[in-house]
Design a binder for this molecule. Structure first.
Ligand SMILES: Nc1ncnc2c1ncn2[C@@H]1O[C@H](COP(=O)(O)OP(=O)(O)O)[C@@H](O)[C@H]1O
Ligand SMILES: [Mg+2]
Length: 247
């Protein structure tokens, strides 16, 4: 395995917020091409902070992060280019409320990637079919259910043709009956070979889709292994407690 095989390579990453909270306390982690890595862990363990450092929405204090072969501390146009290759979907959908579904999915392609409008629309239509809401192209976000909005958010991220997708608890704000439809889309994307880092508590999804699961505990990854190994781990008492609590 050489560095070229890694989409994400982090070494001993530390991050303390200005209020003194140490959110990351030495995170070293590699993700290879096509891998689906699920991150689990109690609230406050640093999962979101870690995900956000991967496209430098959050600065780190020490350690190093390479994404797609580029040091995340790079400057200017290099950072802009790198960010365009990383798709991120959040718990709250962050769609543009004043734009239609179609416009939400084409605006980045047109403005950031300089793709012509017709091609952008074709890409958007393909993605709307993939996420199962082809008939909603003209709708506005407020006219959609939470599950539909989240599927638009995923389609919007995919429209940029990212090489890495980050998902931060994208189903945790949804009504229970809508969780499945969003996880199904994520599973589909995973099966197509996308490299994904997914923070979720949905263990059935993790079992099906994850190549590895990482357990975060107080700013560190204390276990990282196959789903089966994580789910049957009896040695890590914090992991055991966490798994018992969410079941
Ligand atoms: N912007 C921030 N400023 C200060 N503290 C923060 C900030 N964001 C998160 N934290 C704190 O850092 C720790 C890790 O948070 P977070 O990464 O959101 O964890 P998780 O996603 O696992 O719930 C928590 O103690 C949280 O309160
Ligand atoms: Mg979080």
């Amino acid at each position: 395995m050489t560095d070229k095989d890694y989409v994400v390579k982090t070494v001993d990453v530390h991050k303390t917020y200005p209020n003194g909270i140490k959110a990351l306390n030495g995170v070293s982690l590699n993700v290879i091409y096509g891998e689906v890595l699920v991150i689990i862990g109690a609230s406050g363990s640093g999962k979101s902070t870690f995900l956000r450092t991967l496209n430098r929405l959050e600065e780190i204090d020490s350690g190093s992060i390479e994404v797609l072969g580029t040091d995340i501390n790079c400057k200017g146009s290099k950072l802009t280019k790198l960010r365009a290759e990383i798709g991120m979907v959040f718990q709250h959908f962050n769609l543009f409320p004043h734009l239609s579904v179609m416009e939400n999915i084409t605006i980045g392609q047109i403005k950031v990637k300089k793709i012509d409008k017709q091609t952008a629309i074709e890409t958007a239509n393909d993605l709307l079919k993939k996420v199962g809401i082809y008939d909603k192209a003209a709708a506005y976000p407020e006219q959609l259910s939470g599950g539909q909005q989240q599927r638009v958010a995923i389609a919007r991220a995919l429209a940029m043709k990212p090489k890495l997708m980050l998902f931060d608890e994208v189903t945790s704000a949804l009504d229970p009956e809508m969780v499945g439809e969003v996880l199904d889309v994520m599973e589909k994307v995973a099966k197509e070979g996308m490299t994904m880092v997914v923070v979720t508590h949905e263990m059935d999804f993790a079992k099906k889709a994850a190549d590895r699961i990482a357990f975060m505990d107080k700013g560190r990854i204390t276990e990282i292994a196959t789903p089966e190994e994580i789910l049957t781990n009896e040695n890590n008492s914090h992991l055991r407690q966490f798994l018992n609590k969410i079941h």
